[in-house]
Design a protein around this ligand. Structure first.
Ligand SMILES: [Zn+2]
Length: 381
């Protein structure tokens, strides 16, 4: 997704740990550290974009300064409800006026001046509250000089400072830096987590969204809640707040699910002519040929996994909807494992050659012919 509607993303940026989508392992460890009053002085948050690295960094910065943060002795349950959101420090964070949060974007000018200033300012105690938190976003883009300067600070971090380095490219951070931090890998949240959060946003926005539409958006978000929110925002911007699957398919230019299924079912049954007819209809309807190939590949792959081990259904539910899985299960008797393996290989090749093909539909047409050849209707090879 290149287009962004930042409105929902900003509006619903998590403000507390329990609003974070996915990343349970990270949240659990950080909350434990808060509870015991043992927050580390330096962290590396690595992982794909849009999965909540800076959001969690900001929540942590707010939590350590919250007036109700446990001090390591006694009332440790207090950690469950921090940041409280209402004390003076939390209020300052909420209005972006806290002096204890310093954010540096290493991508903008590679951080040379910022790190120099950081080294100066880090020596001073925070004006109020307990910790100054420095969040360095896109930290892999710091220059060598900036890294060296930062390293000196990390070697002897002041008691009152916390450094959080966020990065999408962990391997580009010097090992000398990473080894002085506590490092967390952020993962892409599953479709269920994204769907739940988007459903909540719809509710808060007073919008009604068909369940299947929510699932399509969550799938298209491809593990990035930010992309999911952006899609939802685009739909809200052009349509009413009554979101249907049809709308989502149109706005995203997705091949229609019913057409894709008709296409895949015809292949499963070995019906060459009707597979080609559905394919032609989809292409003439303006649906993106590469998206069709990608969807057919995805269905083949999921069917293959289900055929290999029905226990994988649980795993697939992270990325496909339960309705999709039921549909594929209904087709499994028509496929031998070998034929599904062929389908994966053939759709993969087709997808890779579409761009180079003088006739864009040709690779998929050949794929259909290959996959339906020698298949009398309904027969298992
Ligand atoms: Zn507070």
């Amino acid at each position: 997704m290149n287009e962004h509607n930042p409105v929902l993303y900003r509006k619903y940026r998590p403000k507390e740990f329990n609003e974070v989508v996915g990343q349970r392992h990270v949240v659990r460890v950080l909350m434990n550290a808060l509870r015991r009053g043992k927050v580390a002085h330096a962290y590396v948050f690595s992982g794909p974009r849009g999965v909540g690295k800076t959001s969690i960094a900001r929540i942590l910065a707010k939590a350590v300064n919250c007036a109700h943060a446990p001090n390591g002795s006694g009332d440790s349950d207090a950690a469950l409800s921090i940041p409280c959101g209402s004390c003076g420090s939390c209020t300052a964070f909420a209005s972006n006026s806290s002096l204890n949060l310093i954010e540096i974007d290493a991508a903008s000018n590679r951080g040379i001046n910022e790190v120099r200033e950081l080294r100066e300012s880090v020596r001073f105690m925070p004006p109020t509250g307990k910790y100054k938190t420095y969040i360095i976003d896109e930290s892999h883009q710091l220059t060598k000089e900036a890294f060296n300067a930062l390293l000196k600070t990390l070697e002897e971090p002041p008691e009152h400072a916390i450094f959080i380095l966020a990065t999408t490219e962990l391997e580009k951070l010097p090992q000398t830096i990473v080894s002085r931090t506590q490092q967390f890998d952020f993962s892409r949240p599953g479709i269920k987590d994204i769907k739940m959060r988007l459903g909540k946003i719809c509710e808060l926005e007073g919008a009604v969204c068909e369940d299947a539409a929510l699932e399509s958006i969550s799938l298209a978000a491809d593990g990035s809640l930010r992309d999911g929110e952006s899609i939802l925002g685009r739909i809200f911007a052009v349509e009413s707040k009554n979101v249907t699957s049809k709308m989502v398919e149109e706005i995203l230019g997705l091949p229609k699910k019913e057409s894709l299924r008709a296409f895949f079912s015809a292949i499963a049954k070995g019906e060459c002519a009707s597979s080609l007819a559905v394919l032609e209809e989809m292409i003439h309807g303006g649906q993106d040929i590469r998206s069709i190939a990608r969807s057919a590949l995805g269905m083949s792959r999921n069917a293959f996994l289900l055929k290999s081990d029905p226990g994988l259904e649980r795993v697939l539910l992270e990325e496909a909807t339960s309705d999709d899985i039921d549909y594929l299960k209904s087709l499994l008797p028509l496929f031998s494992p070998g034929r599904l393996q062929d389908a994966i290989r053939i759709f993969l090749e087709a997808g890779n050659t579409i761009r180079k093909s003088p006739i864009p539909s040709l690779p998929l047409e050949i794929a259909v012919v290959e996959l339906t050849r020698d298949q009398s209707s309904g027969a298992v090879r």
